[in-house]
Design a protein around this ligand. Structure first.
Ligand SMILES: Cc1cc2nc3c(=O)[nH]c(=O)nc-3n(C[C@H](O)[C@H](O)[C@H](O)COP(=O)(O)OP(=O)(O)OC[C@H]3O[C@@H](n4cnc5c(N)ncnc54)[C@H](O)[C@@H]3O)c2cc1C
Length: 509
């Protein structure tokens, strides 16, 4: 009995000893604020936190910083000094109401308000790092001018454009200000002590364990676009084709959920113009295919107002609801117009309005030679129907209807703007398959207007922040392109908001 008791005492002693020992790690950092992901949200948060006196570590999974922020072109603002100087009347009130109305007030109103109210000041804030603005554009064609497109930026003899310019400027500022940037060091878990967040565990590419002890943690790992299982579980269209996403496995979202975060907006996608997998956003084959003339479902029916291609969420949603496959059909007159006169519908900054598609024939013929069913060139509408598996009678009626609408300058079916009514009459006919595409996922972790992560009861998880693509609440059920630059803008603004509140928290204010 005595022997048993003494073994139990020894065991208890060792367990207590192990629990008191700090966890082993090859590398340990002790800072105020650790950031998971060195993209748009993470870098803006890091620099803002430094300015507020915090010691910061940024953990970045890839060998370079910037993430999807490197692909962005411009960011949203309302009432910026540039807008006011140019007489552009986009008030904060208008922007807030537009976002809330679009989401049917499913968006997080305090968060949207905080974002809109900060947006103009963020345009100014970026200027101190050498960022300039080229022009202010729209989201959807004809929309309000809110998209502050970033101009050229020089660093070490090289010129960077758009989002890449912002990412380069913030990275340099962070490192020059003494920040610790850990590249190729993915974060794996959040450390919690006494119910509070206390840091992050990660690993280097050589398998070394890294511990960053910090009072405050920001989750900004850029969503879960590359995680097939999460896409299957949460997305309305799991086969989504993503653009500009590398290693986005939802790491930060999973870490936050494990630490007690509630879910918000995890099924929302940043819908983009439909297209094909493996094609660059500047592809002329896709630029021609998404000109808004005639899109049909696999049975040969028109299923949407093609001109909503400029309002990506509408375009993506209507394609998703017919199963995710459509065909764009244009005739030889249109093909010649694309090549000789230029395109009518711009593709943002990638293929601008009026671009003459001088590479179209080349790109189309290369794809045609692959015989993979992505494109067809046909001499009759019956041949088109056969190629896409539609009933020829249905497709012939659809084509006759669009030709009549083009003649009459009136679309009685979907009331498309007459500018985009063009007939499909001169052979050969060019057919391109279209599938839904997206620029990322748009939610996961529930936050409040301070970018603090909250649990299912709405209680703040002390010390834990999230922003950008990892955070939900900016949208209802669909991405909002009414106001251009919303997601890049939200990333940078939510990063800054998180830093400001983390600084107060760390300093005990
Ligand atoms: C082609 C294209 C054009 C776009 N243009 C615009 C535009 O003009 N305007 C606009 O508003 N939006 C635009 N966007 C969207 C915009 O780029 C994103 O909304 C923004 O970059 C999101 O910022 P983020 O910080 O959430 O993610 P990111 O910028 O992607 O940063 C996330 C970072 O986290 C890293 N990471 C992932 N997992 C881990 C881990 N476990 N540990 C450490 N690091 C990790 C990633 O490698 C990445 O660097 C565009 C997107 C694309 C693809």
């Amino acid at each position: 009995m005595n022997r048993l008791l003494s073994i139990k005492a020894i065991l208890t002693f060792f367990i207590a000893l192990v629990m008191c020992m700090p966890a082993y790690a090859d590398k340990v950092y002790n800072v105020d604020y650790v950031i998971v992901g060195g993209g748009a949200t993470g870098l803006s948060s890091a620099v803002q936190a430094q300015q507020l006196g915090l010691k910061v570590v940024v953990m970045e999974k890839q060998a370079i910083t910037g993430g999807t922020g490197n692909f962005a072109e411009g960011l949203f603002a309302a009432e910026s000094s540039l807008q006011i100087r140019q007489g552009i009347d986009v008030s904060k009130e208008f922007a807030f109401k537009t976002i809330m109305d679009y989401s049917h007030w499913r968006a997080n109103a305090p968060l949207v308000s905080a974002f809109v109210n900060k947006s103009a000041e963020t345009i100014e804030w970026l200027k101190q790092f050498g960022i300039q603005y080229e022009y202010i554009g729209v989201g959807g064609f004809g929309g309000p001018l809110t998209w502050h497109v970033v101009g050229d930026y020089e660093q070490d003899g090289k010129t960077y454009h758009h989002g890449k310019a912002v990412m380069m400027a913030l990275t340099k500022t962070f490192v020059n200000n003494g920040g610790t940037l850990l590249l190729e060091t993915p974060a794996n878990d959040i450390i919690k002590k006494d119910g509070k967040v206390a840091g992050v565990i990660g690993s280097t590419k050589d398998g070394e364990k890294v511990i960053v002890n910090a009072k405050a943690v920001l989750i900004s790992s850029g969503g879960y676009a590359n995680n097939k299982e999460m896409m299957k579980k949460y997305s309305r269209y799991p086969e989504m084709i993503f653009i500009g996403q590398i290693g986005k496995m939802g790491d930060g979202i999973q870490m936050a959920w494990k630490a007690g975060a509630a879910e918000e907006g995890v099924d929302v996608m940043q819908s983009y113009r439909p297209g094909l997998a493996g094609f660059h956003p500047a592809s002329q084959l896709i630029a021609a295919a998404v000109q808004p003339y005639l899109f049909v479902d696999p049975k040969g029916h028109r299923y949407t107002d093609e001109s909503n291609i400029t309002e990506w969420p509408q375009s993506g949603n209507s394609l998703e609801r017919i199963g995710g496959t459509a065909y764009s059909i244009y005739d030889d007159n249109s093909r010649q117009m694309f090549i000789n006169q230029g395109i009518d519908m711009p593709l943002g900054e990638w293929v601008i309005y009026g671009t003459k598609l001088d590479k179209l024939d080349d790109e189309f013929n290369k794809e045609l030679a692959k015989k993979n069913g992505n494109v067809f060139k046909c001499n009759t509408i019956e041949e088109v129907a056969k190629a896409i598996g539609a009933d020829p009678a249905i497709l012939k009626k659809t084509v006759a209807d669009i030709n009549k609408a083009a003649d009459m300058h009136k679309d009685d079916l979907y009331h498309k703007n007459a500018r985009y009514l063009r007939s499909v009459s001169k052979a050969p006919f060019y057919v391109t398959k279209l599938h839904p595409r997206a620029l990322g996922t748009l939610g996961g972790v529930k936050i409040n207007e301070k970018a603090e992560v909250v649990d299912v009861d709405g209680e703040v998880i002390s010390g834990l922040y999230a922003g950008g693509l990892d955070a939900g609440g900016m949208y209802g059920d669909s991405y909002d392109l009414k106001l251009g630059g919303g997601t890049f803008g939200f990333a940078i603004n939510s990063g800054r908001i998180a830093a400001e509140n983390a600084a107060k928290y760390v300093k005990g204010k």
